[in-house]
Ligand binder design. Structure first.
Ligand code: 6PG
Length: 236
């Protein structure tokens, strides 16, 4: 099974940010109308920052919105690498419930993953939205090659998050991670991707062609959902 993929192209990051922020705002409003609350997982990294800047100025019922990072680096809160620290900067002042999934940077990354999974078990599920970025190596969230890859992509369907030790370590954030499982990503009620640059576009297009046999986590995510997926793209 795999959903229809539609590419949305923009001239620059600002145009993409306005469009994606509008889509996320609509998803949040629809979830609140339907279920009285919205629970969304937002990507880390640099690409979505302009989106969060734009989204944070939207007039939404923020007190009904729970935001979790779709993945987290196992670093102390406030560390420049901490994804939830970035999300808190934009959305805590709005009154949204921004939830750290790695409350303390413990050395045992598997224990951190189990703790994140337990925390997420208390959230209304499935996610109303999962916003993914994509690495130039085809990773999504923090599903990376390494000893935990199999567990991340083929673990128990009820597993929402787990600890991951990337191997090789990604240069931009060479630390163990906690990530949404592939199951948690693919069962989200909406899956949006926001990427920039031709290199990532080529990786995603290859991954789409590979389908469920793709070695790229983004390929497995796209092949694993039966929902239509919008991929928002702007030049690097
Ligand atoms: C992370 C992200 C990761 C990110 C990609 C793309 O914690 O690193 O969640 O999956 O989305 O690495 O990152 P950029 O947008 O910075 O290129």
């Amino acid at each position: 099974m795999s959903g229809e993929v539609e590419w949305w192209e923009y001239d620059d990051a600002a145009e993409m940010a306005a469009a994606v922020a509008g889509d996320i705002g609509f998803i949040i409003e629809s979830a609140i109308d339907a279920r009285g609350a919205a629970v969304i997982a937002l990507a880390g990294g640099e690409t979505p920052i302009p989106i969060y800047e734009k989204l944070s100025s939207a007039k939404l019922d923020w007190k009904r919105v729970t935001i979790v990072p779709g993945d987290e680096r196992i670093v102390p809160l406030g560390d420049p690498l901490s994804n939830v620290t970035t999300l808190a900067k934009y959305f805590l002042p709005k009154g949204a419930r921004v939830m750290p999934i790695v409350p303390t940077a413990i050395a045992d990354y598997k224990a951190a993953g189990r703790s994140a999974d337990a925390l997420m078990q208390d959230l209304h599920w499935p996610l109303d939205l999962c916003l993914l970025g994509v690495g130039s190596d085809g990773h999504a969230a923090s599903i990376f090659p390494g000893p935990d890859f199999e567990e991340a992509v083929n673990g128990p369907k009820e597993r929402r998050a787990l600890g991951v030790l990337p191997d090789p370590m990604p240069s931009e954030a060479p630390v163990p991670r906690v990530t949404l499982s592939l199951a948690a990503i693919t069962m989200a009620r909406a899956l949006l991707i926001a990427v920039r640059g031709n290199e990532k576009r080529a990786v995603i297009e290859t991954a789409i062609k590979q389908g469920q046999s793709s070695p790229y986590p983004i390929g497995l995510a796209l092949a694993g959902t039966d929902l239509p997926v919008d991929i928002h793209w702007a030049p690097a």
